[in-house]
Design a binder for this molecule. Structure first.
Ligand code: ADP
Ligand code: MG
Length: 275
């Protein structure tokens, strides 16, 4: 079963609230992610992207469907097995400052998951130093606090923390959305490089198709809790089929004016029913 998907989401539905306030956030969502692959999940704000990320991480309970990670249906796993699985599933958020404890040095922040995993102090310290270098931060910064770093550097720390126990899948929820364009670019390069080195898979959540184009092998488009289109990264970020995907593409900034004009033309054709 070497080529079975690492993650399979089958027909997943998820509700918030109940009774009159019942709201279907995910509606029969199916997708898969293979080992070492980056799947982009795009959609406008409120389409359910983070909810799907949370469900995969075991932080939101579905009302139907299944999530199969490495051959196991994770929603039905007994808690001890789930905890073991937690090592393989990590997350990076948009705002690393919110998820990095301000009272802990980055050395402690990075060592903690290793210590929880049973690693001895000296060994953990060495691993932390190596990890800092892999995300291009100087080892000497190990005793600094999150507040002493820039947004991009904090995101490097968050990436280091996600990677330090060698997970197999990282849910990246808008990991560069809070960064300026230049920093976005260096963080994307780092994620690509780390994926190449480690073979980790990413679910890369973004509302920005320009960002997704650089890193994703395949892209799924979420609209009001439903996947409306899935396809190869190149096609989905240049010439998708579904009107909603085309609209998202139009909304994403491009540096090239010719490309911008071409997209506008394509979009106008959709609107006037010529496509
Ligand atoms: P996205 O990440 O695509 O912006 P979310 O998954 O955060 O979207 O949210 C999808 C929808 O579910 C939104 O309409 C949001 O308001 C709603 N929602 C998210 N979390 C909750 C919650 N805990 N309780 C009720 N509604 C929620
Ligand atoms: Mg979100």
């Amino acid at each position: 079963m070497a080529d079975a998907p690492l993650l399979e989401v089958n027909d997943l539905s998820l509700d918030y609230g109940r009774g009159k306030s019942l709201f279907r956030a995910l509606d029969h969502v199916s997708l898969e992610i293979h080992r070492g692959e980056c799947l982009g999940l795009v959609g406008e704000s409120g389409s359910g992207k983070s909810t799907l990320g949370k469900a995969i991480l075991g932080l939101a309970q579905s009302v139907g469907g299944e999530i199969v990670f490495d051959g196991r249906e994770i929603q039905r796993l007994p808690p001890p097995m789930r905890r073991r699985l937690a090592k393989d599933l990590q997350v990076i958020f948009q705002d690393p400052y919110g998820s990095l404890s301000p009272a802990m040095t980055i050395g402690r922040i990075l060592a903690e998951p290793l210590r929880v995993g049973g690693m001895r102090y000296e060994q953990a310290k060495t691993a932390v130093g190596e990890m800092l270098e892999r995300v291009s931060l100087p080892r000497e910064w190990i005793d600094r606090y999150p507040s002493e770093f820039s947004g991009g550097q904090r995101q490097r720390i968050a990436i280091a923390r996600a990677l330090i126990r060698q997970p197999r899948l990282i849910v990246c929820d808008e990991p560069v959305s809070a960064l300026d364009v230049t920093t976005q670019s260096t963080i994307i390069d780092l994620l690509i490089e780390l994926q190449r080195e480690t073979g980790v898979a990413y679910l890369f959540i973004s509302h920005d198709l320009a960002v997704v184009r650089r890193i994703c092998h395949r892209v799924a488009v979420l609209f009001k809790g439903q996947i409306v289109e899935q396809g190869g990264g190149e096609k989905m970020t240049t010439n998708p089929d579904h009107p909603y995907s085309k609209r998202l593409l139009m909304a994403s900034p491009v540096a090239d004016p010719t490309e911008q004009a071409r997209r506008r033309e394509a979009w106008l054709q959709v609107r006037t029913g010529q496509a």
